[in-house]
Design a protein around this ligand. Structure first.
Ligand code: ADP
Ligand code: ZN
Ligand code: ZN
Length: 724
């Protein structure tokens, strides 16, 4: 029998199967160790076959099967094949997605506790040991009295050699039990609500139906309750479930709601886990102990079998498109798995993506709506403040009078406030007023951000740190301007204005393990208080005392200048506003902007998704942007600027022939430097194309990229979220 093996090396040249002679117990999906060149490496068996196309005399046998039960289950192998076809991935990269590295590389084996207990009674034991081995005698005396002890503790109390000697003589016995490293979880019991009629109707429509559903419900309309009820039904039928949320809304609250509803059946997968915790959570899923997977994007690859439902909550969130390699779009994978298992896929959101809502309008997805908050609690009132008028009236601070008045009122009422700002750090750029010098990262073509706490400049792309500037490296002037506001600066300002606790939540303050959780816990327990944060605070939090939300500069995302910026801004404003007045309907929102008349804000103010959608979909149609086109970007990068240019030219010429072939179905094709020209010392170029959605055109572009170029990497992205 021959085994087709994918080797665990990321290299275009090795992206094919290699044949080996299978061992008797080799099965499809197993990790194996195989000879390769002059060493041995890890590989994955993807197929067994009686025959081989290679020279049989040269085929070597597999050295070792690394497990007795294949780590790659048949469904997951199918998912890998799907990923390759859809997203232009190598099979070895697809496998890296579906098997976390702790599992793939055995980095974090199971942990065991071990216990020892006596096998003989004390007199028999003394006879065997003899009177001279005093230390061994005391171990036995202790154990016979205690009955059992932890091995490590016993060794510390006496000596390891005496304990081991007794084990060797068969006088005492050592046993092992698996110790699970489980992530911290709050055990608070959360009551189960009786569903409202609308919720019940949603459940009845969705459960046991293998369609794709778009569950559109305003923030606080009880979507999560609907998901949990459908998951419960699936479990009762012996099935399993995956529930995806954006990483940042995987809040302690969310986890305790799931843990209390499905005790000991939930596994969580998110980026805050230690390797050991991830290994054990994955293993609990793999062995079927955990049947509900709650996690961020990559949890879509969880090895659950017999899925009964998949949920993608906040389906519009950009985190579902991975922005690092290997790149994939979560919805497509979810759809593949839902079809495979004949189960429903639920896409939930208050502000569905334009693409998803169009599919619902076209009948591809089934639309289910929850238009009201639970108990008809009012949505918070959004007031738009024109910052230009503020400026004309002489207020040069970044805080409008209205915002300050609202904060005052909120604090006087002993309530909580959330201030949203889209930048972390103290100031988002550092500029010399004399010569215009801007501090940039050496390795990336981006401005550095000043972080006052550490008094240094940081690159938000690669993390590199630089000493803060007191004078300009170019003209030596000390007239340095620190531009635009960041979270750190806002906190500092607020501390001067208000005498209450102020918490900050951003990538810097949440980096420590459970940092996220601790900040939120402190905030939840402190009234009055103010929470200042980035994107992270926009989602999933349900704090009843939050009465006021301030959006400091909404325009940051509006002027991002890509086709999704309107959509993203609308979603952000709606999400952030949704944090206010969730319990009593007493919430209010102040939105500061320099474009108060922009339609995004006009519609967001009235929570009018449908009008926003109408306007936006028309715009997309006339300008031919998704969903009326597919955007494909080929990204070419290399440490050598010349090599990157050469390959870009080569690919561009080939792309031209595709354009000729399809004529006006290809609306746009151009090669240019990427918006960020250099990241981590690599020069970057792109070929950007837009064409009428068609799989054949996509696969033609894929095939021109299927080349191997020394020192150059080539990536293809489809409808990327962020071009940089
Ligand atoms: P969403 O996910 O749409 O934001 P949630 O499911 O989190 O909404 O519900 C919002 C709040 O309403 C939560 O505090 C939840 O416990 C509560 N809730 C949900 N459904 C009901 C119900 N049927 N009866 C009473 N309270 C409910
Ligand atoms: Zn950098
Ligand atoms: Zn200067």
């Amino acid at each position: 029998m021959y085994a087709q093996v994918i080797v665990d090396i990321s290299n275009d040249a090795l992206d094919r199967v290699f044949d080996y002679i299978a061992l008797p117990d080799t099965e499809v999906g197993m990790r194996v160790r195989v000879p390769f060149a002059n060493r041995t490496i890890l590989g994955y068996v993807i197929k067994l076959s009686e025959t081989t196309d290679f020279d049989e005399t040269k085929i070597k046998p597999i050295i070792k099967n690394l497990e007795s039960v294949p780590k790659l289950k048949p469904e997951i192998l199918e998912v890998c094949r799907f990923l390759c076809g859809r997203f232009f991935l190598r099979l070895s990269d697809a496998i890296k997605l579906v098997l976390p590295s702790c599992v793939r590389l055995d980095k974090s084996k199971e942990q065991y506790s071990s216990y020892v207990r006596p096998l003989l009674d004390i007199d028999t034991a003394i006879n065997i040991i003899g009177k001279r081995a005093k230390s061994q005698l005391s171990v036995v005396a202790f154990l016979c009295e205690q009955g059992e002890s932890d091995y490590t503790k016993l060794c510390e109390m006496f000596s390891r050699s005496s304990v081991n000697a007794l084990i060797d003589k068969g006088i005492i016995e050592r046993t092992y039990t698996r110790k699970l490293r489980s992530p911290e979880s709050s055990e608070a019991s959360v009551e189960k609500n009786v569903l409202t009629d609308l919720q019940q109707k949603a459940v009845d429509t969705i459960a046991n139906n293998d369609d794709i559903f778009l569950l559109k419900g305003v923030t606080g309309s009880g979507k999560t309750e609907v998901y949990m009820t459908i998951i419960e039904k699936a479990l009762l039928q012996g099935k399993t479930a995956i529930m995806l949320v954006p990483e940042i809304s995987l809040t302690p609250q969310m986890m305790s709601r799931f843990n209390s509803r499905f005790p000991s059946l939930v596994a969580v997968l998110h980026s805050g886990l230690s390797e050991g915790e991830r290994y054990d959570e994955w293993d609990r899923i793999f062995t079927g102990q955990a049947r509900v997977v709650l996690g961020a994007r990559s949890a879509i690859f969880a090895p659950v079998e017999n899925l009964g439902v998949i949920v993608i909550d906040e389906e519009h969130d950009s985190s579902y498109t991975s922005e690092t390699n290997p790149r994939y779009f979560t919805h497509d994978v979810a759809q593949f798995r839902a079809r495979y298992n004949h189960c429903p896929l639920i896409l939930g959101s208050a502000t569905p993506s334009i693409e998803s809502y169009k599919k619902a309008m076209d009948g591809v997805y089934k639309l289910v709506e929850l238009p009201e908050r639970i108990n008809n609690i009012a949505m918070p009132k959004i007031e738009i403040v024109d910052m230009l008028s503020e400026l004309m009236e002489g207020n040069t601070s970044p805080y409008s009078k209205k915002l300050i008045a609202k904060l005052d009122e909120c604090i006087a009422n002993k309530k909580q406030a959330i201030l949203f700002i889209n930048r972390r750090g103290f100031a988002s750029f550092v500029l010399c007023r004399e010569c215009g010098y801007r501090a940039k990262c050496d390795d990336c073509e981006v401005s550095l951000v000043y972080h006052k706490e550490d008094n240094e400049l940081k690159c938000h792309f690669c993390g590199k740190r630089y000493r803060a500037l007191t004078n300009c490296p170019n003209c030596h002037s000390t007239n340095i301007k620190y531009g635009a506001l960041g979270t750190e600066r806002v906190c500092e300002d607020l501390k001067k204005m208000f005498n209450v606790s102020i918490f900050r939540m951003d990538n810097d303050t949440t980096r420590v393990k459970n940092g996220h959780k601790h900040i939120l816990e402190q905030f939840a327990n402190t009234t009055p208080s103010i929470l200042v944060g980035t994107q992270m605070i926009a989602k999933g939090h349900d704090y009843p005392n939050v009465a006021f939300v301030g959006i400091l500069d909404a325009d940051v995302s509006l002027y991002n200048s890509d086709y999704k910026s309107n959509e993203r801004t609308f979603q952000l404003v709606t999400q952030v506003s949704g944090r206010a007045g969730r319990k009593n309907g007493d919430g209010s929102v102040v939105l500061q902007t320099y474009a108060p008349k922009h339609y995004v804000y006009r519609f967001a103010k009235n929570y009018d998704y449908n009008s926003f959608y109408e306007k936006e979909i028309n715009l997309r149609e006339t300008t031919k942007f998704p969903p009326f086109s597919t955007i494909l970007r080929i990204l070419i990068s290399s440490v050598s600027d010349n090599r990157a240019k050469e390959v870009t030219k080569l690919l561009y010429d080939k792309a031209q022939t595709i354009k000729e072939k399809y004529g006006k179905d290809i609306f746009f094709l151009q090669a240019m430097p990427a918006p960020v020209k250099r990241i981590q010392t690599k020069y970057r170029y792109q070929i950007l194309t837009r064409y009428s959605p068609c799989d054949k055109i996509t696969s033609d572009f894929f095939s021109i990229c299927d080349i191997i170029e020394k020192d150059v990497s080539i990536f293809v992205e489809i409808n990327p979220n962020n071009l940089r």
